[in-house]
Design a protein around this ligand. Structure first.
Ligand code: HSE
Length: 434
């Protein structure tokens, strides 16, 4: 059988990796797919020194690929959600299947793209959009299809995890580690996407859709970054038996779905708390399978290429299948998606770590405890450190039981209004993941 012709748009880190893996493993890939996969054209403005493309035709205009009648599958690896959206919609209009690693594109425009793809009977595959080389989309969408999924929690931004790990293990400054992550090709073009949690929120939005069968709703995700974390909080968390991770949490509750990305204290003895460096991990809690944990490289040239090529193999195998009988884009049939709402952060519930900077007077702890107890907030533990030399303030660290964010907001406002409390109260959510 003739090979399937594909076009790669974008020859950066992931594009170069995809080309290299397709070449190096061509024979094994063909044995799996049932046909060879040939890169018929590359769309790139500049060469990638890590990828020798030989005689493969290269065009500077990526739309040449979407319009090339020889090409069956367009691989979108340019990133961003403007030109990439136009490119993908053009490819679909021309009846081509699409493989993409673009989480922003899927999280923001996925509903529109999938509707167009269904109308045209083509596949849009996006395994590489979440957690790089970990096949977590396939695991949730297909491997766990018997289950009612309760929650998904993941470390899904390698750059952020790398920064937190280096800060904790080596005491390195934030900016220095970020520069290294950029040099290693992990960070987004705009690194605020990594450190402010936007990249993780894109990925979490996708995970929540395939876990719960809801439309993609990136605009409703709550996103908080890691830039406000101090090394003191990292140390206090450690002393209390926790690690701070930048976690994405999607949880189904009776009132709606929690969809939130923020720094989180996790008990240090959980496997996921020990995921370090650029590695990612996604934990899924489901009614039949219980908890499963998917771990691996969340970014990088060949790990991400591994997911792109796996999608290509799936698409090649499905080329001759009836479009009605394919795995639905969002795991659930398009006409069976649920309208269970996404909860605003004020209605989400978690336990909390609070750091209160208090004056060193008798009775301050009693005032703090009384504010919390008046709102029904149960204190789990309290740790008070000695006064800091520069300002004489005493850091008071409290762990609470679970309450709603609204209740905690009220309590924090009352704490900050106390004469004996200086500056803002530091709040970090706590998840036990059990
Ligand atoms: N910037 C992303 C990360 C790349 O650091 O995880 C993979 O999506």
């Amino acid at each position: 059988m003739k090979p399937v012709k594909v076009g790669i748009c974008g020859l950066g880190t992931v594009g170069g990796g995809t080309y290299n893996v397709l070449k190096r493993n061509a024979e094994e890939i063909a044995r799996r797919a049932g046909r060879g996969i040939e890169v018929a054209q590359i769309g790139a403005r500049r060469a990638n020194p890590l990828c020798a493309t030989g005689t493969t035709p290269v065009t500077a205009d990526i739309f040449d690929i979407a319009n090339n009648p020889e090409i069956d599958i367009v691989i979108e690896l340019i990133g961003g959600d403007t030109v990439a959206r136009e490119l993908v919609l053009k490819a679909i209009e021309n009846g081509k299947h699409v493989v993409t690693a673009n989480k922003a594109l899927i999280a923001v425009h996925g509903n529109e793209i999938f509707a167009k793809a269904r109308a045209k009977g083509v596949i849009v595959a996006f395994e590489a959009a979440v957690a790089g080389g970990i096949p977590v989309i396939k695991a949730i969408r297909e491997g766990l299809s018997a289950n009612r999924i309760n929650w998904v929690a993941g470390i899904i931004n390698g750059t952020g995890n790398f920064i937190l790990s280096e800060m904790r293990e080596k005491g390195r400054p934030f900016a220095d580690v970020l520069t290294e992550a950029q040099a290693l090709g992990y960070a987004e073009a705009d690194p605020t996407f990594d450190v402010e949690g936007i990249d993780a929120a894109h990925k979490l939005t996708i995970l929540a859709s395939i876990a719960f069968g809801i439309p993609l709703q990136f605009d409703k995700a709550y996103t908080e970054g890691i830039t406000r974390l101090t090394s003191a909080d990292v140390g206090y968390a450690e002393a209390l038996g926790y690690r701070i991770k930048h976690l994405g949490v999607a949880r189904r509750t009776e009132r709606g779905i929690e969809l939130r990305v923020h720094p989180t204290l996790i008990p240090a003895d959980r496997l996921i708390a020990n995921v370090n460096g650029v590695m990612n991990a996604v934990m899924v809690n489901a009614d039949a399978a219980g908890s499963t944990l998917f771990y691996g490289a969340g970014a990088g040239m060949e790990p991400t290429a591994s997911s792109v090529v796996a999608d290509l193999v799936d698409v090649v195998r499905a080329l001759t299948t009836d479009p009605q009988n394919r795995v639905p884009h969002l795991a659930f049939q398009a006409d069976a998606l649920s309208d269970h709402p996404i909860l605003p952060i004020s209605e989400c519930e978690s336990a909390y770590y609070l750091r209160v900077q208090a004056k060193d007077h008798p009775g301050v702890l009693a005032q703090v405890a009384s504010i919390l107890s008046a709102r029904g907030i149960n204190i789990e533990s309290v740790m008070q450190k000695e006064a800091e030399e520069h300002d004489g303030l005493v850091p008071m660290i409290l762990l609470t039981h679970r309450v709603t964010e609204q209740c905690m907001n009220d309590a924090i406002a009352a704490l900050e209004a106390l004469n004996d409390v200086a500056g803002p109260v530091m709040r970090i959510r706590v998840e036990h993941l059990n």
